[in-house]
Design a binder for this molecule. Structure first.
Ligand SMILES: NC(=O)c1ccc[n+]([C@@H]2O[C@H](COP(=O)([O-])OP(=O)(O)OC[C@H]3O[C@@H](n4cnc5c(N)ncnc54)[C@H](OP(=O)(O)O)[C@@H]3O)[C@@H](O)[C@H]2O)c1
Length: 267
């Protein structure tokens, strides 16, 4: 069981959505929270809210795709709080990449933020955490991280990469250094990220944060939710390729997938 009381918790992507709700949720337990994102005003507001309760909060602007920013974020946390017990590497973006306008720039940008943004933190945190008795690194991937999804290849590639990396590090980090890697795999959560994408069975970010925090407390290695979406993805995952590839494109892309420019111009 992991207890948040008096722990130093670092959270990326804390200016909105799940990151912000995780910060609010753990702040009820009396801990030290360091929050990072690009929107300083939103971070300041969150910190003021947390500092008015039983927890302490500090913030700093950090673009996770910038290695120097990441290094400074960890240094800033250690300077203020002395260590990092638990890190939620949560920052991410979701950009569709339709086949009609296939663009490597979208993939580069997505992978830089969603994957390398976590890799840079892991690189900086490992030497710090190796010296501590026990630490946790929780990376946020996504529920469908095993099979490709039409239109969402940039996002899915970045998330499959982080799931793979976390799983590759998990046993060694734990056995050698008592560092726990947790992979968080949310389905649809009603955050700004999916505000134009209707997904049945979505959960609110407060609920998502509750599930995530409880999962971390229980020491789960992989936290997957919501339940029905988890089952649905597990069923998709076992379909043979000919059946998977025959699934309707609109169903796979989901409601709200933007009409590609090429087709808009033709119509
Ligand atoms: N919502 C879903 O349905 C869903 C499902 C599966 C997985 N996820 C994953 O869950 C995580 C949180 O997503 P969310 O739904 O809470 O999204 P969100 O509401 O859009 O929040 C994303 C957060 O990431 C930060 N961020 C984005 N780019 C950044 C950058 N370059 N550097 C630093 N921070 C950056 C944003 O802050 P700034 O813009 O201020 O920098 C914001 O705080 C993401 O990794 C996402 O991929 C979400």
């Amino acid at each position: 069981m992991i207890d948040f009381k008096d722990k130093v918790v670092l959270i990326t992507g804390a200016s909105a959505g799940m990151g912000r709700e995780i910060a609010r949720n753990i702040a009820k337990e009396g801990c030290k929270v360091a929050v990072f994102a690009r929107s300083e005003t939103k971070l300041e507001k969150l910190c003021n809210e947390i500092n008015s309760g039983s927890s302490q909060c500090i913030y700093k602007k950090c673009d996770v795709s910038n290695k120097q920013n990441v290094s400074e974020a960890v240094d800033y946390t250690i300077k203020n709080f002395g260590r990092v017990d638990i890190a939620f590497l949560n920052a991410g973006i979701l950009v569709p990449n339709p086949i009609e306008t296939f663009d490597s720039e979208i993939i580069t940008k997505t992978v830089k933020i969603n994957f390398f943004g976590m890799v840079y933190f892991i690189e900086k945190l490992l030497p710090v955490m190796k010296k501590q008795k026990h630490s946790v690194i929780a990376v946020t991937s996504t529920l469908p991280d095993k099979r490709g999804v039409p239109g969402w290849g940039a996002y899915g590639s970045s998330k499959a990469a982080i799931s793979w990396l976390a799983e590759s590090l998990r046993s060694e980090a734990y056995q050698k250094y008592n560092i726990e890697f947790i992979t968080i795999k949310p389905g649809s959560v009603l955050t700004p990220m999916i505000e134009n994408l209707y997904r049945p069975g979505s959960v609110r970010p407060e609920k998502a944060a509750e599930i995530i925090v409880n999962g971390v407390k229980k020491g789960k290695k992989v936290i997957q939710f919501p339940f029905l979406q988890k089952i649905s993805i597990q069923v998709r995952d076992i379909l043979p390729p000919f059946a998977y590839d025959a699934l309707p494109l609109d169903l796979m892309k989901g409601d709200g997938f933007p009409e590609p420019e090429e087709e808009k111009n033709e119509s």
